[in-house]
Design a protein around this ligand. Structure first.
Ligand code: WTA
Length: 655
């Protein structure tokens, strides 16, 4: 294991307190009998069937699992509809229950009931049909966090079209690539959205993206900001006008369990993002099961808030499909946590009596930095459970979260999963599991995880290595859109075609608890978002004055990792502050603001092996200001001293 991982581990092991489920919590919990683990281990298919039975099926499945490595299919022969499961089946008893309390960043409030959401979805589904969208087609969605976003996803699901949601922070180019890869027919977007008081110009990005997207026929535009945006005659249509004229009757299509529900793009180790394909029956089974058990969800009384963006998988699974399938009331907040002030979230918790909060360590560390006075201003006694996702949570942040947000009473569930797994795979069950701050604890019932060495052998308690899943989960992706070969190579070749390799390092402690240690590939985790070093390098060398670039992730106190770039300018271009500013803007344009390098070091050369391969490992040492690892294969040693001097002068501004 490398030194970096060892260091993380040392820090983790400093915090040795454990937290058994509070007695009252355990007593009232949905799951409080550990036999759920042994039962699921004994007969995982039977366990997943009980979870699938919580859904409404038009036709029951004939077979639970068909596993032909590396492919797996679930609930074969079954038919259902995700939109029906998220909406229609709640109407008889709970049409008036609020699905989303929506809060716009500038301060608007709108509560949408299940009945209202159902009507909106049916109308929009009819609109899509009128625009020519058919079962199996792809619809791109590029929207801010407004109720129309889940409505658009469910409208697609209702008619069997797959949605591809593109995060609103992505650039025009990123949007274009995703539209083209999926060959989307229709795009649903908005004039703009709000972020920290500014308007995000979504429609401007769309117009730029659509200059080269031959598959797009129509664009449906939600008027969110009301700004005057150009509308292209014959292509662009106003959402509210279309919906106002649409019929509220639209039957949910009976779809095969394996029908494609959505594509969601995520960064891989090459430049081209991967279109992760999720299907209907298994995915919905996994997300609704985990959402209920891990968040101990009581839909009648809980007010649940997953503070992610729907543009990422966390929002797909735990703002839209899981919570709606379980019929619960969620918060949907459009904007930034510090707008207008740093207590915005806590004022929402107080006002709506939020009981469950699910967020990322990067947010928690930012709140830590802002200090406990902001949460202290509000009565947050309604909170009874906290969750964490997206990156390893350091024990200090875990304890702070529990203490200052959870009032010292709430369990904290650290949940490990990925875009690919679709649903949480390793996590405590809060009524059963004794928590260890920093550990995601144990695989969810029905999940067979292990930590193995390079040869694929289990390392056993106390050992470290690679995380693997030895059996598929129903919620797991089925392939990479249009590139099944890449699916095989990326995930099912390292240890054999029946062992899923997620790309994470992990350690097992003596109690068999899993400690996730971050990515072992060239994917960085920036504020809980996956960005590959290669993507950022490609964006940098795309600039006409860049000769060469190397990118590595370096530790960052709030964001987990920061992007450190090393750039060789072409002859004639000065590597000065102006150029750094220009390059950051260029990366924002090519990928999106989240991928902008935090630091750029200009250098005449990069450390390379004799065969010309850039030694990123050494750059990582430099970026983190530590002693260099093995330099024997380095060809141009003196360049490292030069780079190091420059890099040192850039640090120290980030606490
Ligand atoms: C990391 C987000 C440690 C991990 C749901 C994984 C975590 C990647 C955790 C997936 C956690 C996610 N502890 N690491 N609790 N949760 N990760 O696809 O490296 O955006 O591979 O899915 O985030 O990121 P993705």
């Amino acid at each position: 294991m490398d030194r970096e991982v060892e260091r993380t581990l040392e820090a983790l092991l400093d915090e040795r307190r454990t937290f058994a489920p509070p007695e009252a919590f355990a007593k009232a919990a949905i799951l409080n009998d550990p036999s759920v683990y042994t039962e699921a281990e004994r007969d995982p298919d039977a366990w997943w069937e009980t979870q699938a039975e919580r859904l409404d099926w038009f036709v029951r499945w004939e077979r639970v699992l068909e596993w032909e490595p590396p492919h797996h299919r679930w609930f074969l022969g079954g038919q259902l509809n995700a939109s029906h499961n998220c909406l229609d089946r709640h109407l008889a008893e709970n049409a008036d229950r609020v699905a989303y309390h929506w809060i716009g960043e500038p301060g608007e409030k709108r509560s949408v009931t299940y009945g209202e959401l159902h009507e909106e979805v049916c109308k929009l589904a009819n609109v899509l049909k009128e625009l020519g969208v058919q079962k199996g087609d792809r619809v791109a969605i590029y929207l801010p966090m407004i109720p129309e976003l889940p409505a658009a996803m469910l409208a697609c699901a209702r008619i069997g079209a797959a949605h591809s949601v593109v995060f609103g922070g992505f650039s025009a180019e990123s949007l274009r690539d995703r539209i083209n890869d999926a060959e989307a027919k229709v795009l649903i977007t908005a004039d703009g959205g709000y972020r920290r008081g500014d308007v995000v110009p979504l429609k401007t990005n769309v117009d730029e993206a659509l200059t080269a997207t031959p598959s797009i026929e129509k664009v449906v535009v939600v008027q969110r900001t009301g700004e005057d945006v150009p509308m292209q005659e014959g292509r662009d249509l106003v959402y509210s006008e279309l919906v106002a004229n649409a019929s509220p009757d639209c039957d949910a299509e009976a779809l095969d369990s394996e029908h494609m529900l959505y594509i969601l793009y995520t960064s891989g180790t090459t430049g081209k993002p991967k279109g992760i394909v999720h299907t209907t029956g298994g995915y919905l089974t996994g997300v609704s099961s985990t959402h209920r058990s891990i968040f101990d969800l009581k839909p009648e009384t809980d007010v649940y808030w997953c503070a992610a963006d729907i543009g990422w998988v966390t929002g797909h699974s735990y703002i839209v499909y899981g919570p709606l399938a379980n019929g619960c009331t969620s918060i949907l907040y459009e904007g930034a946590p510090d707008y207008p002030d740093k207590d915005r979230w806590w004022s929402i918790v107080e006002e709506y009596g939020v009981t469950i909060l699910y967020t990322a360590p990067t947010a928690i560390r930012t709140f830590m930095k802002w200090g406990p006075d902001f949460p202290r201003k509000h009565d947050m006694s309604s909170l009874r459970l906290l969750g964490s996702v997206g990156e390893p949570i350091n024990p200090e942040a875990w304890i702070w979260y529990q203490e200052f947000i959870g009032g010292g009473r709430t369990p904290v569930v650290d949940t490990w999963w990925q875009t690919e797994t679709g649903a949480i795979a390793i996590s405590p069950l809060p009524g059963i599991t004794t928590l260890k701050p920093g550990s995601a604890t144990k695989p969810y019932p029905g999940v067979f995880a292990d930590v193995v060495d390079e040869s694929g052998r289990g390392v056993g308690p106390g050992g470290g290595g690679y995380l693997v899943l030895k059996r598929p989960l129903p919620s797991m992706f089925r392939t990479i859109y249009g590139d099944d070969q890449r699916y095989r190579e990326t995930y099912f070749s390292k240890f054999g075609d029946d062992i899923y390799f997620p790309g994470d390092g992990a350690k097992l402690d003596d109690d068999g608890y899993f400690w996730l240690l971050g990515r072992v590939d060239d994917v960085m985790n920036i504020a809980g978002h996956r960005i590959s070093t290669y993507e950022v390098e490609s964006a940098l060398v795309d600039h006409p004055a860049v000769a060469e670039a190397a990118v590595v992730g370096r530790r960052h106190p709030q964001e987990g990792e920061a992007i450190a770039a090393f750039v060789t300018p072409k002859a004639g271009r000065e590597g000065d502050e102006d150029f750094a500013v220009e390059l950051r803007a260029h990366v924002a344009k090519v990928i999106g603001k989240i991928a902008r390098p935090h630091s750029i070091v200009f250098t005449d050369d990069l450390p390379k092996t004799r065969s010309g391969k850039i030694m990123r490992r050494l750059l990582r040492d430099v970026a983190e200001g530590r002693a260099l690892g093995d330099v024997t294969t380095l060809q141009n040693a003196p360049i490292l001293d030069e780079i190091r001097t420059k890099a040192n002068s850039l640090q120290g501004d980030e606490s």
